[in-house]
Design a protein around this ligand. Structure first.
Ligand code: GLN
Length: 485
């Protein structure tokens, strides 16, 4: 069997027993990347030489019985993570030659644990998008159907795991960017609670919403990778200093004693029939596994997308002010004055969607409009968070679809930003509430595209959603199907 077929935990076991060497595993992954990257366009930067050197080092550690949990495991990270010595573009022309002088904390942690970094993954520019079509490096293709989008903005992360180009990947999620692509590509993706994972060294989009998380082949792998990256970091003042539980202990085979809520606002007209059927079938599976299922309400759901597009764009307009042509990446060489240099660098460096967001955010924050838009949105955000806390006083977790439809065709929504924004309607509220949620495979559409199930947990209750997801996964076969790429 080719090692690229193995999950992270199977690989750990075989590496530990020396049934496989890290060099052999890494070589197979690099070959898979070479054979498929032209087709799926997942990697912006590949790290062949350094990956082989890291794999050799991993074999020495394994031989000396000094292995860490990720020693010799080939991983890839979204190109939003700063990586020392390896270019970080955020899929933008404005950063296309930027090389960071340090590693993001999440990257440093997986490296400390022995992971082999095979490359940096394609994404929507500055993580703004739901389809990966907003990349300066071209769209990523969905490994299940190359005519379809992989979702976004961590589309490269999800597609790379589905195409077996890395064992697992890291992504970021501001409004759904881990869960929605995981759903569209038939893999597992988790957005941790805000503060669980350090954002240090992750290029900021909307700082009060951004969170780092794993994209993996199954739930056990998700627990392992979450373990590796979680925990307090003095370099990120929003990371929270609470103990990190042993997530592998959470993986139990049933749902006895668990109470699951179905938010009525998430099962409405407009939900694709195949998605609805798959999610309803999943509810039945959860009942059979011992869960009690009740209906709950999240009454402010209808305001979430509008609220998000005020807060996220306001924060983005401020965060992206630093790309001025002076300090990072692209600089206009023709401008006659300093102001022209700023303007020309930004005009040439940012794509259309990023410009749209900067303008929306600047408008929402401008004098005279601040109270009507930004301040109002902050108040609505509090109401949305309170909806979740109220629901969690009745249930342990919430079960919903991840996205209203399976992966759509490339080009289908790109000319209609509002339609694109609505594809995150079920994921955005979780970021506004700051809590955790996971997406895992729960079925396929009539056209053979994967469908994801979202499990939403209380703040810092990642263990509970992992437990429920594991029990569900053990009882179903969806995660065993593979894209044919
Ligand atoms: N699609 C949403 C947006 O464009 C979410 C993106 C994300 O989570 N980074 O803002």
């Amino acid at each position: 069997m080719n090692p690229t077929e193995l999950s992270l935990w199977e690989l750990q076991r075989r590496l530990a027993k020396r049934e496989l060497s890290a060099v052999e595993v890494t070589r197979n992954y690099l070959e898979q990347i070479a054979a498929t990257n032209e087709v799926v366009n997942t990697f912006i930067t590949q790290c062949h030489e350094t990956a082989m050197a890291e794999a050799e080092k991993a074999d020495q550690l394994l031989a000396a019985d000094q292995a860490a949990p990720l020693t010799g495991i080939p991983l890839a990270v979204k190109d939003i993570f700063n990586t020392k010595g390896v270019r970080t573009t955020c899929a933008s022309r404005i950063l296309d030659s930027y090389i960071a002088p340090y590693d993001a904390t999440a990257v440093a942690r997986i490296k400390e644990q022995g992971a082999v970094l095979v490359g940096k993954l394609n994404m929507d520019e500055f993580a703004m998008g739901s389809s990966n079509e907003n990349s300066a490096f071209g769209p990523v293709k969905n490994p299940w159907n190359l005519q379809c989008v992989p979702g976004g903005s961590s589309g490269g992360s999800a597609a790379c795991v589905a195409a077996r180009q890395a064992v697992a990947a890291l992504g970021t999620d501001t409004g759904g960017s881990i869960r929605q692509p995981a759903s569209h590509c038939g893999v597992v993706g988790l957005k941790p609670t805000y503060g669980r994972v350090s954002r240090y060294g992750v290029i900021a989009y909307a700082s009060s919403l951004d969170q780092v998380g794993p994209v993996t082949r199954d739930v056990r792998d998700c627990a392992t990778l979450l373990q590796a990256i979680s925990g307090y970091d003095p370099a990120d003042s929003t990371s929270v200093d609470t103990p990190v539980p042993d997530y592998s202990q959470a993986l139990l085979p049933d749902l006895k004693g668990m109470k699951i809520g179905l938010p009525s606002e998430y099962f409405v007209a407009g939900l694709d029939a195949d998605v609805k059927a798959a999610v309803e079938q999943s509810v039945e599976t959860c009942r059979q596994l011992g869960a009690e299922v009740i209906e709950v309400s999240l009454p402010h759901t209808a305001y979430a997308v509008a609220c998000y597009y005020l807060i996220a764009t306001a924060e983005a307009s401020s965060n992206l002010a630093r790309y001025d042509g002076v300090r990072f990446g692209l600089r206009s060489e023709t401008a006659g004055s300093l102001i022209d240099m700023y303007m020309e660098s930004r005009a040439a460096g940012f794509g259309a969607e990023v410009k749209r967001r900067i303008m929306l955010g600047t408008y929402a924050l401008s004098s005279g409009y601040y109270d009507a838009y930004y301040l109002k949105a902050q108040k609505v955000r509090t109401l949305i968070r309170q909806d979740f806390l109220d629901a969690f006083s009745q249930v342990d977790l919430l079960l919903t679809p991840v996205a209203p439809t399976p992966a759509f065709a490339i080009g289908e929504k790109i000319a209609d930003p509002l339609q694109m924004y609505l594809s995150d309607i079920f994921t955005i509220p979780v970021n506004l509430a700051g809590t955790c949620a996971l997406s895992l495979p729960c079925g396929f559409s009539g056209t053979g595209m994967p469908i994801g199930l979202q499990l939403i947990g209380k703040p810092f209750a990642e263990s509970e959603i992992l437990r429920a997801a594991y029990a569900f996964e053990q009882a179903t076969e969806w995660h065993k199907r593979q894209a044919t790429i």
